[in-house]
Design a protein around this ligand. Structure first.
Ligand SMILES: [Zn+2]
Length: 311
């Protein structure tokens, strides 16, 4: 588990048996916090990795999830079972899903299909009294004089939050900035259904910039090379992807998600042409063109409905 900042370690959850696609982060202190539970399929890997560096069953105090998608929060219930003194911190809007994951798992099974069980796993419910709903700006002490701050950052999901480590200025951003797999080296926006919202995403990226973070760290995967540049690039990419979809849907209002995904593939072919097919397929697994197409198409439809309804 390598250090990415003083007292912050990055843990590879080996999602789908692959390295460098999905991470959790340990913020060390007297009351250590794990940011991102990971998928249920990774629970064993995470527990073993923590134990290997001396975090025993009685030691972990916090599990903070950036949002309740299964690759981030799927293992929350299993981690609470393995670490009886820990509580799970989640955006107040997402908290109920950890207590009763039925609807979450149902909708994930529609999005992931067979990958749900082969790659992600499901979710063990968390005890209500061990779930801490986080308001924006809430601070959590991980040690004397060492706090982390919860930053609400909707857009990728309406219940998305980021975690700012106050002593170092390291900002753990979940999926709010996108996905950048080191082997691929290209930032891609993550715009899944049902919540993706362009305006909210742009606002959240602005909040991140205003924090002037020392480092911006993606769950998929790790610290980005240049924080400010990446935050700006993320905004530009979101606008670009939404514009491509908007143009297509103007010409072909009944385009299916698959057709829209193909439009993205063609539009961005040059961007990905140097990438090895194996690396590209990992990218697709995490953050597929169809998922982005479905999220953007839903966002544009809702926006249009709101506009028509407003007249
Ligand atoms: Zn997500």
């Amino acid at each position: 588990m390598e250090y990415i900042a003083p007292h912050i370690r990055q843990l590879d959850t080996l999602l789908a048996g692959k390295s460098h696609i999905s991470a959790s982060f340990l913020i060390e202190g007297d009351e250590p916090a794990l940011v991102e539970a990971g998928a249920q399929s990774s629970a064993r890997t995470v527990i073993d990795a923590l134990q290997a560096i001396g975090i025993g069953p009685e030691d972990l105090r916090w599990v903070i999830v950036t949002h309740v998608h299964l690759d981030h929060a799927g293992a929350a219930g299993d981690l609470l079972a393995a670490f009886p003194k820990a509580k799970v911190v989640v955006h107040e809007v997402g908290a109920r899903h950890l207590v009763d994951p039925t609807r979450l798992v149902d909708s994930a099974s529609r999005v992931y299909g067979p990958l749900l069980d082969t790659v992600y796993g499901r979710m063990t419910p968390s005890d209500r009294d061990r779930v801490v709903p986080a308001a924006d700006g809430m601070e959590i002490a991980v040690g004397p004089g060492h706090k982390v701050r919860i930053i609400h950052s909707p857009g990728h999901a309406k219940h998305h939050l980021a975690v700012l480590d106050l002593p170092t200025g390291t900002l753990l951003v979940g999926d709010a900035v996108g996905v950048l797999i080191p082997e691929v080296g290209i930032l891609r926006p993550a715009t899944p259904p049902p919540d993706f919202n362009l305006e909210q995403s742009i606002r959240s990226l602005g909040i991140f910039r205003s924090l002037n973070p020392t480092d911006v760290v993606l769950t998929h995967y790790g610290p980005v090379p240049d924080p400010m540049e990446t935050l700006l690039a993320a905004e530009g990419l979101l606008v670009q992807w939404v514009d491509v979809a908007k143009m297509e849907l103007q010409q072909n209002p009944d385009a299916t998600v698959q057709e829209l995904a193909h439009v993205f593939e063609v539009a961005f072919r040059d961007v990905y042409k140097e990438i090895a097919p194996e690396d590209l397929s990992m990218f697709e697994l995490l953050n597929g063109l169809e998922s982005n197409a479905a999220g953007i198409s839903r966002y544009l439809t809702l926006q249009q409905d709101a506009h028509v309804g407003g007249r």
